[in-house]
Structures are given as C-alpha cells and as structure tokens.
Design a protein around this ligand. Sequence first.
Ligand code: OGA
Ligand code: MN
Length: 217
Amino acid sequence: MTVYDAVMFNENAPLFESIANDIYSKGVSINTCALPSNMTALLVQYIKDLPAQSFQRAGVGRGKNHIINEVIRTDDIAWITDDNVACSTWLNWTSSLQSYLNKHLYLGLCLFESHFAYYKKGDYYKKHKDAFKGEGNRVLSIVIYLNKNWADEDGGELVIYNQNTPSPQDLHENKTLVSPTMGTIVVFLSEEFPHEVLTAKKDRYSIAGWFRGSRQI
Ligand code: OGA
Ligand code: MN
C-alpha cells in the first residue's frame, strides 16, 4: 500500500465498511450524499465543461450485439478515462473501494469501467439488468449522482426492484426509489437487481460503473 492508498483508505473506511456490510447482507447499498465532497465538486465541474460532442447516444448489448434502442434507453453517455484530474480522482477512489471489497468480501473484482450519463428532459432507461447469469462478468454496479437541488417533482429516480420478494401482495414493498441527488452512491450486485430510471423532468447527470470479475467473454 502506498501512502496515497493509505490516506484514501483512512478517509473512506466508514463508507467502504457500510457498503461492504450492505452488499454482504442485502446485495444492495444506498448511501445518500456520501461521496467525498471534494471529488464530487471536481466531477461536477468536469461534466459541466465537457463539450456536447463528447457524449454519444447510449446503446444496449455488448460487442457486435450493441444497438441503439430508444425504446429501452434515451440517455447520452461519455466513457471515463484517466487523462484528467477529476476522472483520475474518481478512478483512484473506485480502485480503493474495489480493493476494500476484495479484501473483505472476496469478490475477486479485477477490472472497472464507467461512463458519465446525461439524461435530458424526457429521457429514461427502462427496467433492465446490468448482467445476466453466465453471460458476462459484471459483478458489481455502482451509480453516483451529480445533481444540485434535485426535487421530487424533477422525476428521474432510480428504481431498484428486489427480486427476492416475488409475491404479488408484496409488490408495494418490492422496489426502492432513489432520488439522484448530489453525492448519493448506489452499489448493487449486477446480476441480482433489475432497475430502471424514471423519466427525468430536467437535466440529470450520473456516473454508472461496473466492477468485473476475471471471467472474460
Ligand atoms: C445504467 C443505469 C442508472 C442511473 O447506466 O445501467 O442503470 O441512475 N443507470 O443512472
Ligand atoms: Mn443499469
């Protein structure tokens, strides 16, 4: 561990511990306004300055199965690379979280990929899963939000469906709504939780990322 890693670890230990406990006990972790505020500020500034042409229409499916499908999702995305301070701060933070989760939950995470997502007014992402059993190697999904002053009437909530309570009477308890407010962090097992993004009523910014295991397809 370098000195830098040690500082990163100490600063984030309580948060990482609560994410690990939640993933272990429930498979999903929701942390309202929990992202380190200096990193959030860097990311907000970066996304504000990002030229519109950096974003591309998001698609669904991988590799040669990748298609643009506006029935499923209408957001724009920009893949994250570490050639600037904001994104390398983010990638160091996710790498530190990855090490923590590997150490405490033996998840064997070894790769991470992430993109900014921009939903303009009217955009949505219908119910989907980020990975399917036996088909991919996305193990853990993370989403963070970068929106100041998000009100209930602004829509755009992330809805997480809990597959483990399938009885129809429980339907009202079967989903959790997360408001995309600044600094909120959601982490969940990619194969276990179908989720969707409700129609946003104003500009909505997030980062979605995936930790992969070693299995390559
Ligand atoms: C995704 C996703 C959720 C969100 O990009 O796969 O589910 O709230 N994003 O942005
Ligand atoms: Mn998703």
